[in-house]
Design a protein around this ligand. Structure first.
Ligand code: FES
Ligand code: FES
Length: 207
């Protein structure tokens, strides 16, 4: 997805998001839902379910859902991928973070319809079989969680943070991971994990 306004991002925009975009960022999604969305069968009655195909972790999932269904609810309630967590359901905690089209988004504020045609990656799609993603391994190595509720969102955001080039120092990691809240306050360990994974991901790319 190329239009940054289509889906609200997690991470580095949290302060701006809370400060001013809570209303504005949601507007494009509402407009898209009310109007036509590419690939969606138009209905004369907006209360009727619509057919949606989502590409989740390299598999197509076709659902018949209410047009107002969020991506988070589609993943958890309709597809059964419960790794992405519902913390606040209001775009403020980051627990629901997934990747859509290579960008991290808050799936609780993203309509499932708007994610059609984009590659969606959830925490369940990060590992390669039994091989954990370097970010998953780093969270274990650095003991970067306590209760673990925020961890799937933290890990997805961490991967994005590295890919965005925002994991070169502790200050940047803290800033660009600031949209992911940890009520257990495992922040120092999370920063260490992202830093460790950044090195491993960089080595993988060189290799
Ligand atoms: Fe989506 Fe909290 S559940 S930001
Ligand atoms: Fe408990 Fe982060 S590990 S909320």
């Amino acid at each position: 997805m190329t239009d940054d306004k289509k889906v609200p991002a997690s991470g580095f925009n949290r302060r701006a998001f809370i400060g001013g975009a809570a209303g504005a960022a949601a507007v494009p999604l509402v407009v898209r839902a009310a109007g036509s969305v590419e690939g969606v069968r138009p209905s004369s009655d907006p209360s009727l379910p619509v057919d949606v195909t989502l590409q989740v972790n390299n598999a197509n999932k076709t659902l018949t859902i209410d047009a107002r269904t969020t991506l988070l609810d589609a993943l958890r309630e309709h597809i059964g991928l419960t790794g992405s967590k519902k913390g606040c359901d209001h775009g403020q905690c980051g627990a629901c973070t997934v990747m859509v089209g290579g960008r991290r988004v808050l799936s609780c504020l993203t309509l499932a319809l708007s994610a059609q045609g984009e590659a969606i990656t959830t925490i369940e799609g990060l590992s390669q079989g039994a091989n954990l993603h370097p970010m998953q391994q780093a969270f274990i190595d650095q003991d970067a969680f306590q209760c673990g509720y925020c961890t799937p969102g933290q890990i997805i955001s961490g991967v994005a943070c590295v890919k965005e080039g925002h994991a070169t120092n502790d200050e940047d990691i803290r800033e660009y991971m600031s949209g992911n809240i940890c009520r257990c306050a495992a922040y120092p360990n999370i920063v260490a994990a992202v830093k460790q994974a950044a090195g491993a991901m960089s080595d993988e790319q060189k290799g």
